[in-house]
Design a protein around this ligand. Sequence first.
Ligand code: HEC
Ligand code: HEC
Length: 321
Amino acid sequence: MSLLILVVLLFAAPAERSRIPLGLDAYRPVPETNPLTPEKIALGRRLFFDRRLSRDGSIACATCHDPRHAFADGRAVAVGIEGRKGTRNVPTLINRVYGKSYFLDGRAPTLELQAVGPILNPIEMDMTMRDLLTRLRKDARYAVRFRSVFHRDVNQEDLAAALASYVRTILSGGSRLDRYMNGDVSALPAPAKLGLNVFRGKARCVACHAGPNLTDESFHNTGLAWRNGELLDPGRFAISNRPEDRGAFKTPTLREVSRTAPYMHDGSVATLEDVVDYYDRGGNPNPGLDPELRPLRLIAEEKQALVAFLRSLSGTIKQAR
Ligand code: HEC
Ligand code: HEC
């Protein structure tokens, strides 16, 4: 048996493989027009943590996507410049390199196109692109770094390319679930193992939270945008215009989920126990509710097991390599 494994290992470019945490796809899809290079990633990282990307110098990308909160912020909804409140919860940025569309409604097709959004958003960084480019060109260190990476003056396209490249390096894997799937049967404690069975079986969470990143990268109406028959956020409908997408959102990854409370697109669900109770009662009724949402009739032990399983999805967060 081991000969085949040896051959596979020898041909699988060990240097590249070793950067990907256990459990994730070794292949990271990166656009040909914006290849990852160490210098570009370092520039993107510097920009990501720089408050001068906001009009008054108060907010960096990392203010909302804080590495200490697994690249979320621990709040219900985002808080931008001058304390301006948004309507949506800050999503984690881990494993977005594997994404297919960006923002909770998928309105940005690439990370490059996504990156400009928060800079110009009046309730987030409230900057104009002209002012930002002037600010960066005037900073000798940025001017030099942009020139050495892109061989031209600071411009919007390169700014977005650098930010997107840094985001592509933020990875989480190596959780207890990954070690278990990799053959270490003792890595998952018994309750989490029962939780895995419920997740795959009775509760059918895998219908949407599937694959190595525990998301199908698709959009579902799980009822959270609906209260008493009223639609509070159109979600995917604003982009697709399909009636069944009213209140649909992108399935989020569940990796590091124990570190990113509160939950859901509006931060309305405080704890993982509350999340499980929400699914157990079959979600908020509405005309387009996903058929997977139905009363699950879980017993107390199964609910606790699901929470234990969700807690086993935290691992090591790697960035900037
Ligand atoms: C004021 C808080 C705030 C700031 C500052 C901010 N973001 Fe975000 N970010 C959010 C929120 C909220 C969303 C979800 C918004 C939505 O879906 O409408 C989001 C979404 C994203 C996504 C999409 C994630 C996904 O799962 O699709 C990426 C990538 C991202 N932000 C990167 C950045 C970068 C890069 C910066 C800096 C240029 C930045 N953000 C600045 C709050 C913020
Ligand atoms: C029909 C598809 C679907 C099924 C089935 C499903 N989910 Fe979800 N899940 C989603 C979507 C979509 C969201 C985001 C909803 C929103 O923000 O309004 C989500 C959000 C979550 C979140 C919050 C994550 C965060 O960062 O805010 C958790 C935790 C979660 N689901 C766990 C589960 C568990 C456990 C099950 C099984 C009991 C399950 N899901 C079944 C699609 C699904």
